[in-house]
Design a protein. Structure first.
Length: 114
């Protein structure tokens, strides 16, 4: 970054005129190996996701992101939690998801969230 861009960024930060990013529209059902993110949490999909499960994820704010061009830092959600989310139904899934999101927001700089 050049000096002008850095100064402009500092000024925006000091004056608190940064704009929040809006949630992009949900994309197609992700394939195995892709990543989905919500806030600062990332799940790398190592198991197939059904269309019902993908609808649930998108309803809760998860979106597919191309990690090759993304420079943000994310806390990785463990495979155990992903398997639990995929196999649970209804209220149990919602409770686990709420715990996951709360823990992820508390440990924003953590490497892994279990």
């Amino acid at each position: 970054m050049n000096l002008q861009t850095r100064l402009k960024n500092k000024l925006r930060t000091v004056l608190r005129i940064r704009t929040e990013r809006v949630l992009p529209p949900p994309g197609p059902q992700p394939k195995i190996g892709s990543s989905i993110v919500r806030d600062r949490l990332r799940i790398r999909l190592k198991y197939p996701v059904t269309s019902e499960q993908w609808e649930w994820f998108t309803a809760h704010g998860w979106r597919t992101v191309d990690m090759r061009t993304n420079r943000r830092e994310y806390a990785s959600v463990s495979d155990k939690v992903l398997v639990k989310l995929l196999h649970m139904n209804g209220v149990e899934r919602d409770v686990l998801h709420l715990r996951l999101v709360n823990k992820g927001s508390q440990e924003n700089k953590a490497n892994n969230v279990e």
